[in-house]
Design a protein around this ligand. Structure first.
Ligand SMILES: NC(=O)c1ccc[n+]([C@@H]2O[C@H](COP(=O)([O-])OP(=O)(O)OC[C@H]3O[C@@H](n4cnc5c(N)ncnc54)[C@H](O)[C@@H]3O)[C@@H](O)[C@H]2O)c1
Length: 603
């Protein structure tokens, strides 16, 4: 593993040793500093660094932590690796590479452990614009986490302690004298590349670096100098003074996800992201990491610019108070980019809010500009770190193409797409004109096709998973003489979802069809009733609005089902008891359902 082409190496002197620092990209651009873990050197970031420079245009800085790679080794070793000294090193590097602007810090493993120190001590305030943490907790937060579980044990908390204790076996070993050094210089050092390949699926290559044995031997002092003292006496004021993005690999063998429970208490502005991967994500998931770092850094930079512009204008810090993401699914969706169509009303608006509450960045699309804008505004208040409104008619292919181009250029690839926009149309087949058919199919089916094609393609090309939710209806499997066109459009959406699910399964993209029954929204008031005059149409609209109001199933429950379906990667979810009942009938007693169809249920 080598540094990407074009890396400029230099030496930074600090505390009597020289640190080897590499820089890539234009120093005028925002600076991202990548700090490596144990037993690695700065080269572990090569893949991420080259993407951050080439695709995302950042100024990227990597350095070998003292005692690692080509950096100098402190003497004596004992006491040479304290978090205080590591903070001195970081400040010296930052002073050399970005003296005038705060940097965006990214740490993995021990690089993250030490970066937590950097972002929570006073002397770095104003030097760090943001911090992205991966697989390395703050020792102070960890100390408090343990204390809480020891002093107020419940069966669950004891289970969590034992769980993390079992994952920390190597930490105990690293505290033994000499043994780790001998192991790394001997059999473990030789087998390490094979172990990483087999267990962590780290791609083969010239990894590890030639300095592995000495990196690993010196790095043992990171543990010995810091772990015990900090866990025994964690700092009480270890609050982050910059926004933090926490990336948690759900398959990490060394760290339990539970370690980050309650992290919001320490980090006022926390974005959580979960990645189905093992511990060495800088090597195994560089695309995903680079795009998440880009999203996060860019949003912090935009905020900084807005604040700077506000300060220049003399604005006060007033305005509506934003709520932090607290939703049930915050761990899963925080920071993700979610696009919802038909987000100006009903199920779409409720879904946008549910994702916002989970901390997602929301794009609210509706053909009605004002209601889309309102949804975006309110999304910010309920927890979305960012929200945008777009006025687009989903049935208009060119408008959708423009929307996709704009979204991809300005915000990146969508993580969750919810094709929700739809219209109601009721009346017998023979009263339904070709124009009526076209209108309902254009919105309810073509709108979904455009969404899947334009946003799904980019999701698939990115190769890092995602999810598409299509709002179909119980009408998709429940025949009715009252809704031939609407039901046909929804049946097509259901089948499209199933086919696409099969096609995208290998790319880690889930596709879900949501099939609600009767939900209390505006759809009844705007639905078209064919074969009757305008007065009768209004009467029917009022009648069905009353009926749906009496049924009173809230769109928020459908929204909750949407988030749950994404988390559980469900193929098809009937929502409301009547939708579940008719689904059961369609599978086990289709004749009964056909008989019901002749009675003609409402929309
Ligand atoms: N309400 C129900 O009982 C029910 C039941 C099953 C399925 N659904 C489906 O749920 C979805 C949402 O419906 P709702 O009940 O929330 O209705 P709603 O009328 O409250 O909201 C629909 C939103 O979609 C927007 N929209 C309509 N056509 C559009 C277009 N061409 N481009 C962009 N935006 C457009 C509207 O402006 C509106 O804001 C629809 O697909 C509907 O078919 C609703």
């Amino acid at each position: 593993m080598t540094l990407p082409e074009g890396a400029r190496e230099r030496w930074v002197r600090t505390g009597g040793i020289e640190l080897c620092v590499a820089e890539l990209g234009d120093p005028e651009r925002p600076t991202v500093v990548l700090v490596h873990g144990y037993p690695d050197s700065k080269e572990v970031w090569s893949e991420v660094a080259s993407r951050l420079v080439d695709r995302h245009g950042f100024h990227v800085v990597l350095y070998d932590v003292r005692g690692h790679g080509r950096s100098g080794v402190p003497k004596p070793l004992r006491g040479g690796f304290t978090l205080e000294k590591l903070t001195d090193d970081f400040l010296a590097v930052v002073e050399a590479v970005s003296p005038d602007r705060p940097v965006h810090l990214v740490g993995h493993d021990w690089g993250s452990v030490q970066s937590w120190e950097f972002v929570t001590v006073e002397r770095t305030r104003g030097r760090i614009a943001s911090f992205t943490s991966m697989s390395g907790p703050s020792l102070d937060h960890f100390g408090h986490w343990i204390n809480k579980r020891m002093t107020r044990p419940t069966p669950r908390r004891v289970g969590q302690l034992l769980g993390q204790g079992a994952k920390s076996w190597y930490v105990y070993l690293l505290h033994t004298p000499v043994l780790p050094e001998l192991a790394w210089r001997g059999p473990l050092g030789k087998r390490w590349p094979g172990i990483l390949r087999r267990i962590e699926k780290v791609p083969a290559g010239d990894y590890p670096t030639p300095s592995l044995a000495s990196d690993a031997a010196h790095g043992a002092w990171l543990y010995r100098d810091n772990v015990r003292p900090r866990l025994r006496r964690p700092r009480a004021d270890a609050y982050a003074h910059a926004p933090v993005q926490l990336i948690t690999p759900s398959g990490d063998r060394f760290l339990s996800e539970r370690l980050y429970d309650g992290l919001e208490d320490w980090v006022p502005r926390l974005t959580r992201r979960v990645l189905p991967a093992g511990h060495w994500i800088p090597r195994t998931r560089p695309d995903r990491l680079a795009s998440w770092i880009d999203d996060f850094v860019s949003s912090v930079e935009r905020e900084r610019q807005t604040e700077a512009a506000g300060e220049a204008r003399g604005d006060d810090a007033g305005g509506p108070v934003r709520k932090a993401a607290t939703g049930r699914y915050a761990e899963r969706f925080a920071g993700q980019l979610v696009l919802v169509t038909g987000a100006g009303s009903g199920i779409g608006r409720a879904t946008a809010f549910a994702f916002a509450e989970a901390g997602a960045r929301v794009i609210a699309v509706d053909r009605d500009a004002e209601s889309a804008a309102r949804t975006a505004e309110l999304s910010l208040l309920v927890g979305a770190p960012e929200a945008w409104a777009e006025a687009v008619d989903v049935s208009d292919e060119q408008a959708m193409e423009k929307l996709a181009a704009k979204v991809h250029a300005e915000h990146g690839v969508v993580d969750v797409l919810v094709n929700n926009a739809g219209i109601g149309l009721s009346g017998s087949f023979f009263d339904t004109t070709s124009e009526d058919w076209r209108r309902v199919l254009d919105v309810n089916l073509w709108g979904v096709i455009h969404g899947c094609a334009l946003f799904g393609r980019r999701m698939a090309e990115r190769g890092q998973g995602g999810h598409i939710v299509n709002i179909a209806s119980a009408a998709a499997y429940q025949p009715s003489k009252a809704l031939p066109a609407y039901s046909t459009s929804k049946a097509a959406v259901l089948m499209l979802s199933e086919c696409l699910r099969a096609e995208l399964a290998d790319q880690g993209i889930g596709v879900t069809a949501i099939c609600p029954g009767l939900v209390n929204t505006n759809i009844t008031a705007t639905a078209t009733f064919v074969g009757v005059d305008a007065q009768e149409e209004r009467r029917r609209q009022r009648r069905s609005t009353r009926a749906y109001g009496l049924r009173n199933y809230p769109p928020e429950k459908v929204a909750n089902a949407v988030l749950r379906a994404v988390v559980l990667d469900k193929a098809m979810v009937p929502v409301t008891p009547e939708a579940r009942g008719s689904y059961a009938l369609s599978r086990f007693l289709p004749r009964a359902l056909r008989a019901l169809a002749r009675v003609g249920p409402p929309l």
